[in-house]
Ligand binder design. Sequence first.
Ligand code: NAD
Length: 353
Amino acid sequence: MTRQFTYSGSPAHIVFGNGSSSQVAVWIERLGCRRALVLSTPHQAGDGEALAKKLGALAVGTFAGAAMHTPVEVTETALAKVRDVNADCVVALGGGSTTGLGKAIAYRTDLPQIVIPTTYAGSEVTPILGQTETGVKTTVRDAKILPEVVIYDPELTVGLPVAMSITSGLNAMAHAAEALYAQDRNPVSTLMAAEGLRALKQALPVLIEEPKNLAARGDALYGAWLCGTVLGTVGMALHHKICHTLGGSFDMPHAETHAVMLPHTIAFNAVAVPELLKPVVDIFGGSAGGGLHDFAKSVGAPLTLKELGLKQTDLDRAAELATKNPYWNPRPFDRAAIRALLQDAWEGRRPQH
Ligand code: NAD
């Protein structure tokens, strides 16, 4: 029986398809803007410059300083540039780090954002901003943070290295897997989550063999959009709490940490809500956590926290921090349960459930 639910659609414009990034100028004008600042990381500075050049007079500058976890100092330097060039919108070209910088600027100025994602992180469709100041990561949620326009162009993702494509794809899948049991889930979020998992499960193995396969790149980006959308619309639970703890307090790499933790957190929750995780079993086979582990192994994803550099001696503190101010979770837990779960993830054991 369908349970009670509330549903709110995202007000963002989504533009999808090969070559769609040629429409940036059209969307700048549709937003009523004329002076875009193009954002990127230092690594993608060349792509940012090339986009600015294509935009001609509609681009008034570039800022290539975006960094992981949105440091407030970087945002302040970018804001000075926004004021300097009198920008009236930002165009973020890149992964979650660049999207994060655009969101941080919009949060402070309410400037409209156009995002052109080049990874599968999913940040571009959420009203959530995580930022760091003096080593502390805080998260804010605000309507101003949600980008107005997202342009998904699979052609821009063919250069995403295979290893990053895999971990980024698993990062996206983690949003969908947790959305399936979210307390505030609704029929649409569940459909999107299952379809996002299916699309990424189909695409990632193809990308290993053929990184430039545009159909598979399109499927992966489509999956990323769906997974990101559910991240933005329903609450996340234990998996995201543990990953935020490991990223924020132990400086663990974002997408890789999600990839390693996913089978373990889903197996842990599968004990409590097997019926809600049935789409995971249907898509990956086996048990929910076991199927995800087998899939991650088959696509060459990292399987252990150990190989990501976490020390075994950090696991006690990680368990303590991850159980402080816990997010809602379908299965109750205590510090000892999370310590055991982290040990399994550190060693990369195949989960039973
Ligand atoms: P990233 O944006 O840090 O990218 C990693 C590196 O890959 C960067 O150097 C980037 O320039 C490069 N890169 C990106 N796309 C490329 C491409 N197509 N080809 C070659 N190089 C490319 O990594 P990410 O995993 O996309 O984002 C992680 C960040 O996003 C974290 O800070 C995380 O907290 C945040 N995030 C936020 C949300 C949210 O809703 N607020 C959601 C997901 C992730």
